[in-house]
Design a protein around this ligand. Structure first.
Ligand code: PMP
Length: 403
């Protein structure tokens, strides 16, 4: 068997389709978000980052950095093992209590990432509910899809945010069948939002549980940063809320929040929780400081919303193809992976502006895009610099004519 050839052919396919991913070599500059340094070529070069999911710059916030430094000083680097063996660190206990209260739930459980939370929670829930059918929005994240697959449950995929289609599928099942509806609040590539209350209405009507991924909304929406479910006052209607500590909270880790006995089941049965070293207490201490800060301070999320609204306006005024988005995500449609990569390359090489192109399978073919995430510290000057650069590149590459 020519294994070498098989692997090379797989890589060549990506190159041929313009989808081969290249990761830049970058260092963020402490306290100077969104400035960073890019390595390669002739030594480090200063750049501005326009695509970070550290949406609020909390990964550089003094309260977060101090908490992490103190934890490192006080208790050292690692957690020492799985929680099964090493126990809970006190930071874990405190953060789980904080997250449960953020979402108005009885309990919360930490995982090493948002991906792991979704995979572990959904696969375990499905296994605990014999004969369960899982209803999944067609744009759900890969981690939810993996969890659903590993649950072994039957899956019904409903068209994105399409309540009529979801109802039709729910109606098709026997009334006594256990059911779970899995969906996201903010969809991160288009920036649209799920009708959470209406989905909960359907769940009530058809006796289904609800599982809501708030990864792109926690810290960002709601009076205390509890996400869209807090903003829309529906958190109590959602059975399980899942979130990340790696995006708006700026650190790393994932979690679920729900009734105590559901959380206890996942703690007790989920391999993705049980058999892996728990998060470093340094990370948990940083996340705890971040969650507490954003619970009390709306300044960062308000400034971020203003920055996103301004950038959308500036793109539209400049005639750039900004996609409809009702959230903090600002996508520009390119519609071709090769062009999206070319724009991204020119922005970085000539203007020192970094945005990673988004290609299939993250988005459907033909909708390749550049996804901007302006933060509270992207000033109007920085926005003008970005818009000016994009207009020049759009003209140079004759993208308007091609569109
Ligand atoms: N859910 C969604 C909707 C996501 O977009 C992501 C990450 N991009 C995840 C879950 C996984 O979160 P994490 O990065 O913390 O693993």
């Amino acid at each position: 068997m020519d294994y070498k050839h098989i692997f090379q052919a797989a890589i060549d396919r990506l190159h041929d389709e313009g989808r081969y991913r290249v990761f830049i070599d970058i260092l963020r500059t402490r306290g100077k978000y969104p400035d960073a340094q890019c390595f390669g070529g002739n030594g480090p070069k200063p750049i501005t980052v326009w695509c970070s999911n550290d949406y609020l710059g909390m990964g550089q916030h003094p309260a977060v950095l101090t908490a992490m430094e103190e934890a490192l000083h006080d208790v050292g680097a690692g957690s020492g093992g799985t929680r099964n063996i090493g126990g809970n660190t006190h930071y874990h206990v405190e953060l789980e209590a904080e997250l449960a209260s953020l979402h108005g739930k009885e309990a919360a459980l930490l995982f090493t990432s948002g991906y792991v939370s979704n995979e572990a929670a959904l696969s375990t829930l499905g296994k605990l509910l014999p004969g369960c059918v899982i209803f999944s929005d067609e744009l759900n994240h890969a981690s939810m899809i993996a969890g659903i697959k590993n649950s072994g449950c039957e899956k019904r995929v409903f068209r994105h945010n399409d309540l009529a289609h979801l109802e039709e599928l729910l109606e098709g099942e026997e009334p006594g069948t256990p059911k779970l509806i899995a969906f996201e609040s903010v969809y991160s590539m288009d920036g649209d939002v799920a009708p959470i209350a209406a989905i909960c209405d359907l769940a009530d009507r058809y006796g289904a549980l609800t599982y809501l991924d708030e990864v792109h909304a926690v810290g960002m929406y709601g009076e205390h940063g509890g996400g869209i479910s807090e903003r829309d006052a529906v958190a109590d209607r959602v059975t399980i809320i899942e979130g990340t500590l790696g995006k708006a909270f700026g650190v790393m880790g994932g979690y679920i929040a729900a009734d105590r006995n559901i959380v206890d089941c996942i703690r007790s049965y989920a391999p993705g929780f049980i058999f892996t070293t728990s998060l470093s207490p340094v990370l948990v201490a940083g996340a705890l400081a971040s969650v507490r800060h954003l619970k009390a301070s709306a300044m960062e999320r308000d400034a971020q919303q203003d920055a996103a609204a301004m950038l959308k306006r500036k793109f539209a005024d400049a005639g750039l193809p900004v996609m409809e988005s009702v959230t903090h995500i600002v996508p520009l449609l390119v519609g071709c992976p090769v062009k999206a990569k070319r724009i991204s390359d020119v922005l970085l090489a000539e203007y020192g502006l970094y945005v990673q192109p988004i290609n299939y399978p993250t988005v459907p073919r033909g909708t390749e895009r550049l996804r901007f995430t302006p933060g509270p510290w992207h000033s109007e000057d920085k926005q003008d610099e970005l818009v000016g650069a994009l207009v020049e590149i759009w003209d140079r590459l004759e993208l308007k004519a091609a569109a």
